[in-house]
Unconditional design. Structure first.
Ligand code: WT7
Length: 654
């Protein structure tokens, strides 16, 4: 058997860039040629979009792989590049952040304001004893102070470790301990689903087990009561009274900018380390190129939380380095109603929207009439990140949010890559729904078989990166060996971080999900993503998750958990008829080999807090095992719903 990963899904729809966007695009097709001609010179030109206080001597030092050094000898300050230089250029009055709190309170923060706030925070952190090289944990809701805290750390050379505000005391404890953080910046709480939700008690519990923590800096957001100790300091007392003057010092291009932990679902979280010059270069360039940002006229909105890498690179560092005006929203998409996002797009005349497939599929489930009730005519570009986007979800996004006119850019990258790696260029690429298309200029991605040989067009296998890139992770904090073992050992000299992919007949790339999730059915490697996309292409389906369950005849058999669209009748025989129809639909779309053994109609799917489906738990259900670790699950009641449906559901064998 020669196949590495079957290529089942065929897609013929094409969407060329709108003529007006192409005519004025920030990046044109010649970028691919100039990067191919001299990759390092290309990245040096992109680094030149930033202000450096000392020029580098060497673009890349790759003499000790996989430990890269970019822009060796160069010095710059990240916060200066995100703030001071825009103010100095006369853009102090430009809005940096239109902030919307969940309860409806708002703030408008200009670049001059953000610089003043960041300078105050930098002065206050310095007064609290934080110096360059120290680690600072940030555990905040989606309030402007989260961005200010990150920028203030960057400004004084402290390395931040943002921990998502939904994580538990244990998760926070582990991350603080792993990085030996000195200070935590938090809030009394934040607003979520219409209620104040406390953060400070979680910090108190964590800090009790973290002797390295000297100070806890607390933003007052909800006004709820908090326990107080000597190490605690109010933000409004320490920061808002500090001087708004602060001179930024330049740091080495390889100075550690931040650590961000990725939660391997089972193992100890990995502290992904990013540094200064290369990271900012690629975050800023990709934001400019992929979103075609025009700082004078665009209103950009990335719906991610600042606790994920998307929030780091595409709320804080990329957009601010480019002088963008952006919207930042504190809350959830269904509070106080399911049209909240579209109301905000309308209110702020958002032009560029960057969100995740899980959100798009949720909106599909809620129904087309919700976006239709709002004026979305300001939008000109749509982006997606975080998971493979099913072709039908892509089309729904373009039609229902983008009026059938906006280009959709499906962007592939990881916490580890720091910035976008594979994506269409909106003024250049004719897109295909569901494909991330090509590596960006200056990036060399490939798909290889298990012998590390590049697969031909039409073939599937492992997605690898062949050359170092400026925003690459530099190591796993405190564990160089784990860095080498995790990412650089599967294939000699290649970076591999676990995703399967295929090249279509044109050589364009399709992400097929994690290779751990690939199913082996009667000797064929079938990607969960392709079967899920086939299910979502049926008009009655909003979302699907597919797993391989042990099967005595086929090795593994395909089991699908499917969420019907809002209006679909699934009671009794209607449900059974739908299941039969869906099995046929998959068989017709992908071939009989991909026909699910079993389909379950479920109200919800288990997801991590960043919205990725937890197939591991579904595999437990499909194989009738007791559930494994559910601590990273967003809503654990979901599993009860699914398990009870599984026990009562028909297992409709052929
Ligand atoms: C993993 C990385 C990168 C920011 C958010 C996630 C999956 C991400 C795509 C995409 C298919 C995607 C991959 C990747 N992923 N974007 N456009 N198409 N899959 O960061 O939490 O580090 O997750 O997300 O599996 O490896 P992360």
């Amino acid at each position: 058997m020669s196949e590495t990963l079957a290529n089942l899904l065929q897609e013929t729809r094409r969407f060329p860039p709108p003529a007006d966007l192409a005519a004025a695009a920030n990046v044109t097709a010649d970028a691919y040629d100039s990067a191919a001609e001299d990759r390092l010179a290309f990245w040096a030109r992109q680094a030149g979009r930033l202000d450096w206080s000392t020029e580098w001597d060497q673009i890349l030092d790759w003499s000790n792989p996989p430990f890269a050094k970019w822009f060796v000898g160069g010095k710059l300050n990240v916060a200066y590049n995100c703030l001071d230089r825009h103010v100095a250029a006369g853009h102090g009055d430009r809005v940096a952040i239109h902030w919307e709190g969940e309860p409806g309170d708002t703030r408008t923060i200009t670049y001059a304001d953000l610089l003043a706030m960041t300078s105050q925070a930098a002065n206050a952190l310095t007064d609290l004893g934080v110096t360059a090289g120290d680690r600072v944990a940030i555990y905040l809701p989606m309030i402007p102070e989260a961005a200010v805290a990150m920028l203030a750390c960057a400004r004084i050379g402290a390395t931040h470790s943002v921990v998502f505000g939904g994580f538990s005391a244990d998760a926070l404890t582990n991350r603080i301990q792993d990085a030996s953080a000195k200070v935590v910046i938090t809030a009394d709480g934040g607003f979520r689903r219409g209620k104040p939700s406390a953060l400070k008690p979680t910090v108190d519990e964590a800090v009790a087990k973290c002797p390295t923590i000297e100070r806890v800096l607390v933003v007052r957001r909800t006004g709820q009561d908090v326990a107080w100790s000597d190490r605690d300091v109010w933000w409004h007392e320490a920061v808002e009274t500090a001087s708004t003057e602060h001179t930024a010092e330049a740091f080495d291009a390889e100075h550690p900018l931040f650590i961000l932990y990725t939660s391997g679902t089972t193992a100890k979280p990995k502290g992904i380390l990013h540094t200064t010059g290369g990271y900012l270069t690629q975050a800023a360039y990709t934001h400019h190129a992929v979103f075609d940002l025009k700082p004078e006229s665009d209103v950009y909105w990335c719906t991610a939380d600042i606790g994920w890498v998307t929030g780091h690179s595409y709320i804080v560092y990329g957009p601010l380095a480019n002088g963008a005006t952006q919207l930042m929203y504190e809350g959830t998409p269904d509070t106080p109603h399911k049209g909240r996002f579209w109301e905000l797009v309308q209110k702020h005349k958002v032009t560029i929207l960057y969100t995740a497939p899980t959100l798009i599929r949720t909106m599909m489930k809620w129904g087309d009439d919700i976006p239709r009730g709002h004026d979305l005519s300001s939008l000109r570009l749509l982006g997606s990140v975080g998971e493979p986007i099913n072709p039908e979800a892509w089309i729904w996004y373009r039609e229902n949010i983008g009026r059938g006119e906006c280009p959709v850019v499906d962007t592939w990258w990881q916490t580890e890559t720091g910035a976008i790696m594979i994506s269409p260029l909106p003024g250049v690429t004719s897109t295909k729904p569901g494909s991330a298309m090509r590596p960006l200029p200056g990036i060399s991605a490939d798909v290889v078989d298990d012998q590390a040989q590049s697969v031909p067009d039409g073939g599937g296998g492992f997605l690898v990166l062949r050359e170092p890139w400026p925003s690459m992770l530099r190591t796993i904090w405190g564990d160089d060996q784990r860095f080498v073992d995790t990412y650089w050992s599967r294939f000699e000299g290649l970076y591999f971080a676990g995703d399967g992919a295929k090249k279509d007949d044109d050589g364009d790339l399709w992400l097929l999900g994690r290779v751990d999730d690939v199913m082996l059915v009667s000797g064929h490697n079938i990607s969960t993503t392709e079967v899920e996309s086939a299910l979502v292409s049926h008009p009655s389906v909003a979302e699907a998750a597919v797993v391989g369950a042990t099967d005595p005849t086929t090795g593994q058999a395909i089991v699908a958990f499917t969420i019907p669209r809002g209006s679909v009748d699934t009671e009794g025989s209607a449900g059974e008829a739908l299941i039969a129809e869906l099995r046929e639909h998959v068989s017709k779309t992908l071939g009989p080999i991909a026909k699910p053994r079993q389909i379950l109609l479920v109200p919800e799917l288990p997801k991590t807090r960043s919205g990725k489906i937890m197939r591991r738990l579904l595999r437990d259900v499909a194989e009738n095992r007791s559930l494994g670790d559910v601590t990273t699950l967003q809503d654990s009641s979901v599993m009860d719903l699914i398990s009870s449906g599984m026990r009562s559901g028909k297992s409709d064998e052929d």
